[in-house]
Design a protein around this ligand. Structure first.
Ligand code: SF4
Length: 327
């Protein structure tokens, strides 16, 4: 296959809020993660995927929490007995499983770099007991909230889990904009997304991002249904030490704006990809927005930003100026 074909084949064609968020936090980490065909290009490509998929222990805790919330709802849906009393044990098992998997990846990374990885120190500093306590507390608080409380007690019967892996095809791109859960009361439809770690206030951008759920459901409804049913977007997110529930009904204009934002993101992703070029030139790829981003990044051992972000940014601008002068 020619270089041009490879470049065309690998062009980014997927939008999800996690891709968008990574692109905002560190374009270089985004390029390393999504600027190639994942897991399909030999040992080096697989290693790149392993390192790019690295998650800090805190992120693993959030991921375990999310998976147990979904599992709890699935158990309710298919009538499996569930007890919240052993949630700590379930959480610990889930978290340990994820950490063990990462340890295997770490061994591979260390074998490759020939020394101890920064990531190992990061992982070993984490106190599993504390993470389990945080996640279990959040889980219990969430189960007392509506609509989960009513769903689990059978007061809301018309509901289903959707799953974020459910994408919508839009102009040749896959958009991951589905809610986690939907339920209906009369003609009203409610679409809920869980955000394991939110911000203090919902920004305009976040609101737009969540409004895109309406575009997901529009692909599922007839024109007649769209006219008669009211659709409410619901977000449950954790910030300031508790879960917050926000509901709103996006206007048509807001949904259009949300889709335009997604299109702009896809253009920005494509520009980054083009900047990377066929030889995967990372030298001019913008670095992280803050040191905190590097602390949770799998490339911290090999990236100049991981060693000293400020210095790496200065060096990058010097190279850029030199290139401008000679071009
Ligand atoms: S170490 Fe920092 S600058 Fe380098 S890719 Fe990771 S987040 Fe970006």
């Amino acid at each position: 296959m020619s270089m041009r074909d490879v470049v065309r084949r690998n062009r980014p064609r997927v939008w999800s809020s996690s891709r968008r968020s990574l692109m905002e936090r560190c374009p270089r980490a985004w390029a390393l993660r999504y600027g190639h065909r994942r897991g399909k290009s030999g040992t080096a490509g697989r290693m790149l995927s392993i390192v790019s998929d690295w998650r800090s222990p805190w992120d693993l805790m959030l991921r375990s929490l999310r998976s147990l919330i979904i599992e709890r709802l699935e158990a309710c849906l298919i009538g499996i007995r569930w007890s919240d009393s052993d949630i700590e044990m379930k959480m610990r098992e889930r978290l340990k499983e994820m950490i063990d998997e990462q340890n295997e990846s770490l061994n591979l990374v260390e074998k490759r770099i020939g020394s101890n990885s920064e990531l190992r120190a990061n992982q070993e500093r984490a106190k599993i007991d504390d993470l389990v306590a945080v996640a279990s507390h959040r889980f219990r608080r969430l189960m007392l909230m509506e609509p989960l409380h009513s769903i689990i007690r059978g007061k809301i019967t018309d509901w289903e889990l959707v799953g974020r892996l459910n994408s919508v095809r839009h102009q040749g791109k896959d958009l991951y904009i589905a809610p986690d859960l939907i339920w209906r009361i009369g003609r009203d439809r409610f679409m809920l997304r869980f955000v394991m770690q939110g911000r203090r206030e919902m920004t305009e951008h976040n609101r737009m991002e969540h409004s895109s759920m309406i575009a997901w459901q529009n692909s599922d409804l007839s024109d007649e249904e769209k006219k008669i049913s009211k659709v409410v977007v619901e977000i449950i997110d954790w910030h300031r030490g508790r879960w917050h529930r926000t509901s709103f009904q996006p206007t048509e204009g807001e949904v259009e704006l949300a889709m335009t934002m997604i299109e702009h993101d896809l253009v920005a992703m494509d520009e980054l990809y083009q900047r990377l070029g066929p030889l995967t030139d990372l030298s001019m790829m913008p670095l992280a927005s803050s040191k905190a981003v590097c602390r949770g990044c799998g490339h911290v051992d090999s990236c100049p930003g991981g060693e000293n972000l400020e210095r790496a940014k200065i060096e990058q601008s010097v190279i850029e100026m030199a290139r401008c002068r000679t071009s």
